[in-house]
Design a binder for this molecule. Structure first.
Ligand code: SF4
Ligand code: SF4
Ligand code: SF4
Length: 267
């Protein structure tokens, strides 16, 4: 289908990563309207239709995962249903009704309570900028047996954080640098580094908008069943403290992270 010069110009302002999808939608809309050439008015009408649809589809919450939920070689932990369990929990919380009542108006997409899960520190689903972000983590330790490591250096080479210090066959992991990705365990040919724990790091209060902020990290790594309890506890807190539909990040920032932690009954 042909596009007018003005419509092409408008499309150049659409972010590149959604441009192809938008083009398809506009073309489908224009075709259904019997148009032979796409004009700016088709883009506008399509946009309005899309926004209307989006408002109708709002549920008051969203749960996203990175592709590691299916398959990714970087994934840190074994199979877990945590995304489905969080989804199920939020569904029962009637978040849309709750937020609309607090806001005193229909919900917009930026008002939704958002959860994002990434299964490794690469954080492809951007858990740092949502209300609750989960990042898959594996805790590794060097073997306690002196003769296991052969000093090959593969672990130090693969660690992007420079968190491994090798002195011959003596391995040390600098905990303050480690991001719990588990790569060192995977590459070690002698099983001289092993996983001693796995679960999720949890960030709370991230958001974009007028005053963007990154989520603040809770103090430890939570096993999947505990991570679900943390999400439930954070939602309980949010529903108690949210008076006018403000985002969790605003509430946590105004009371201070330490005071927020004290109000949570964490596992
Ligand atoms: S966050 Fe990690 S596990 Fe998930 S898709 Fe990205 S690289 Fe893979
Ligand atoms: S788990 Fe990842 S960040 Fe931590 S020491 Fe191993 S390779 Fe480095
Ligand atoms: S990869 Fe394993 S065997 Fe090689 S230096 Fe590291 S801990 Fe030792």
């Amino acid at each position: 289908m042909k596009w007018s010069a003005e419509a092409e110009k408008t499309m150049r302002r659409v972010p590149f990563f959604i441009r192809k999808m938008v083009r398809k939608k506009v073309e489908a809309y224009a075709a259904s309207a019997g148009a032979e050439i796409i004009l700016n008015e088709h883009i506008e009408a399509c946009k309005k239709q899309y926004m209307k649809q989006m408002d109708r589809d709002l549920r008051g919450y969203s749960v996203e995962t990175c592709l590691g939920a299916q398959e990714c070689s970087n994934r840190t932990l074994g199979q877990t249903n945590i995304a489905d369990e969080i989804e199920e929990f939020l569904k029962g919380q009637k978040m849309k009704e709750f937020l609309q009542e607090r806001l005193g108006r229909p919900l917009k997409v930026h008002n939704e309570f958002r959860v994002s899960i990434s299964f490794c520190p690469n954080s492809c689903s951007r858990p740092q900028i949502v209300d609750v972000g989960l990042i898959g983590a594996v805790v590794v330790e060097p073997s306690e047996q002196d003769d296991t490591c052969n000093g090959c250096g593969a672990c130090a080479k693969v660690c992007k954080e420079d968190a491994i210090v090798l002195d011959g066959s003596d391995v040390k992991i600098l905990r303050e640098r480690c991001l719990y990705c588990g790569h060192c365990e995977r590459v070690c040919p002698k099983s001289a580094i092993s996983r001693v724990d796995e679960g999720f790091r949890i960030l709370v209060g991230g958001k974009l908008g007028r005053h963007p902020q990154l989520g603040m990290e809770l103090p430890r790594i939570y096993a999947p069943e505990d991570a679900l309890l943390v999400v439930k506890e954070v939602v309980r807190f949010f529903k108690k403290e949210c008076k006018k539909g403000e985002r969790l990040g605003e509430i946590v920032s105004s009371m201070g992270f330490e005071a927020f932690l004290q109000q949570l009954n964490l596992p």
